[in-house]
Design a protein around this ligand. Structure first.
Ligand code: HAM
Length: 417
C-alpha cells in the first residue's frame, strides 16, 4: 500500500468541516478590515527565499524543498508566504502608488523539511495577511489586534501574545556590534552551529536551542535589543505597546524573541497557546520595512502575520471547539423502489430552498435507512411509499421528538421550516 509521506497527512471528514469553518471565518473577518485575497504559486525561484528569509536561517540552510527543474533552474516549494506576496506585488505593480495601502490575505500549504511531531509537519497550512504602504505603528497594532480577535472569534481562549522589537537598520547594527563583543570571548563555548552563525548572521545565534548556548544567553551581561534601539525605534515600539493596551490586548514583552526569518524590522510578535506543547506558536509575524526595497520596489513600510492552521485546529480541538460540521437537516427514506427516484426530486427542491438533504440510491431495508439517518444526526426523516404516494403525500418524522405527521408532497419545505 502506498502511504502519505512522513510529515504530510490527509484532512478527513468530519475534521475537514472544521477547516472549512476556520477558513471561511478568516475570509469574512479579513474582508471586514479591507483585505482581499491573493493566491500565489506553490513554488518559486529558490533565490526569492534565500534573499528574503536569509541565507543563515534554519529555513534556508536546512528546511527548504529545493529541486532543479528540467531546464536546470533551482526551484523551491514555498516555505512561507510573505516573500511570494512581495514578489507578486512587485511583478503586478500593486505597490505603484506611493502612500496607497495594499492589504492582502492568503491561505494555502507551505513546505518545510522539519522533524515531524505534533503541530509540526512538512506540508502545513498558513492563513496570512500582509499590509503594505505604511510605517505607522498603528498598523502593527491593527494587525496584531486582527490576529487576536480572529482567534477569539473562532473560540480560541487562553492565548499569550509575545512581542519584541528588532528596531531599524541602525538599531540592529548597534545590537550586532554589542553581541559580537559579548560572544567573542565565549566563541569556544558556543555550539558549532552558533560559531557558524556568529560569522554569517550573528542575530541568528539567539535562535539556538542548545542548552549550553542558552546558559550563555542567560548571563546578566548579555546585551539586549531594547538597549540598542535608536530613539526613533524606541518611539515606534512604545507607541505599539501603548496602543495595544488601549485596544485591550494583553501582551508579554519577550526580549528573547527573534523569529526565524531575517526580513523583520521593528515590531515582531508570536501568539502561543498552552495546549500545544513544544510547538506552541499558533501564529507569528512582524514588520518588514526593507523587504520590498531589497527586491527593487519603492521604499514601502509593511507588516503582516501568518497563522499555522494545524496548530489552530489542534488548540480548538483541545478546547472541545471542534464541531465544525453542521448535521444534515433531512434524510429521505424510501419504502419502495419507485420512491428512490421521487425522493431525489423532493430532495433537490429542498436543497434549492437552502435545506440540506440526502437520499438513498438503491433499495435498502427501512432499518438500514433509519440507521443512516441516525448516523448523520439528521433532524428530520421524510418517508415515502405506496400508501403516501396514493395520497400525494409523505410522512415526516421529527427525529428529536419522534413525532410523525403526514404532509402533502408540495408542503415538505413548509413543514420542515
Ligand atoms: P513563521 O513564524 O515561520 O512566520 O510561521 C507562521 C506560523 O506557521 C507559525 O507560528 C506556526 O504556527 C506555523 N508553522 C510554521 N512552521 C510549521 C510547521 N513545520 N508545521 C506546522 N506549522 C508550522 C512566517 O511564515 C511569516 N511569513 C509570517 C509573516 C507574515 N510575517 C510577516 N508577514
Amino acid at each position: 500500500m502506498i502511504k502519505a509521506l512522513r510529515g504530510t497527512y490527509d484532512i478527513l471528514p468530519p475534521e475537514s468541516a472544521l477547516w472549512q469553518k476556520v477558513e471561511q471565518t478568516a475570509r469574512e473577518f479579513f474582508a471586514k478590515y479591507g483585505y482581499s485575497e491573493i493566491r500565489t504559486p506553490a513554488f518559486e525561484r529558490t533565490e526569492l527565499f534565500v534573499r528574503s528569509i536569509g541565507e543563515a536561517t534554519d529555513i534556508v540552510e536546512k528546511e527548504m524543498y529545493t529541486f532543479q527543474d528540467r531546464k536546470g533552474r533551482s526551484l523551491t516549494l514555498r516555505p512561507e508566504g510573505t516573500a511570494c506576496v512581495v514578489r507578486a506585488c512587485l511583478e503586478h505593480k500593486l505597490l505603484a502608488q506611493q502612500g496607497a495601502l495594499q492589504k492582502l490575505y492568503y491561505l494555502g500549504p507551505m513546505f518545510r523539511y522539519e522533524r515531524p511531531q505534533a503541530g509540526r509537519q512538512r506540508q502545513f497550512y498558513q492563513i496570512g495577511v500582509e499590509l503594505f504602504g505604511t510605517y505607522s505603528p498603528l498598523a502593527d497594532v491593527e494587525v496584531i489586534v486582527m490576529m487576536v480577535r480572529l482567534f477569539e472569534r473562532l473560540g480560541l481562549e487562553g492565548l499569550s501574545v509575545n512581542i519584541n522589537s528588532l528596531g531599524d537598520k541602525e538599531s540592529r547594527k548597534i545590537f550586532q556590534e554589542n553581541l559580537r563583543n559579548f560572544f567573542e570571548p565565549e566563541l569556544n563555548n558556543l555550539c558549532p552551529d552558533c560559531r557558524h552563525r556568529f560569522e554569517k548572521n550573528i542575530l541568528r545565534v539567539l535562535d539556538c536551542k542548545n542548552p549550553d548556548c542558552k546558559k550563555i544567553f542567560s548571563s546578566p551581561e548579555m546585551p539586549t535589543m531594547k538597549s540598542s534601539l535608536t530613539e526613533e525605534a524606541k518611539q515606534h515600539y512604545e507607541t505599539v505597546l501603548e496602543t495595544l493596551e488601549k485596544a485591550g490586548i494583553s501582551y508579554k514583552e519577550d526580549e528573547k524573541l527573534v523569529r526565524g526569518l531575517d526580513y523583520y524590522t521593528h515590531t515582531i510578535f508570536e501568539v502561543t497557546h498552552s495546549s500545544l506543547g513544544a510547538q506552541d506558536a499558533v501564529g507569528g509575524g512582524g514588520r518588514y520595512n526593507n523587504l520590498v526595497e531589497d527586491f527593487g520596489g519603492p521604499p514601502t513600510g509593511a507588516v503582516g502575520f501568518a497563522i499555522g492552521v494545524e496548530r489552530l485546529i489542534l488548540a480548538l480541538k483541545d478546547l472541545g471547539k471542534d464541531n465544525g460540521e453542521e448535521p444534515v437537516s433531512v434524510c429521505f427514506v424510501s419504502f419502495d423502489e419507485k420512491a428512490l427516484t421521487e425522493n431525489i426530486v423532493f430532495a433537490e427542491k429542498l436543497r434549492k430552498a437552502g435545506i440540506s438533504a440526502v437520499t438513498a440510491y438503491q433499495k435498502q431495508s427501512v432499518k438500514a435507512q433509519m440507521r443512516q439517518a441516525n448516523n448523520l444526526d439528521a433532524k428530520w426523516v421524510v418517508m415515502r411509499g405506496e400508501q403516501e404516494r396514493a395520497k400525494n403525500s409523505v410522512k415526516i418524522k421529527n427525529m428529536e421528538t419522534g413525532k410523525e405527521t403526514i404532509v402533502s408532497e408540495d408542503k415538505i419545505e413548509n413543514s420542515i421550516r
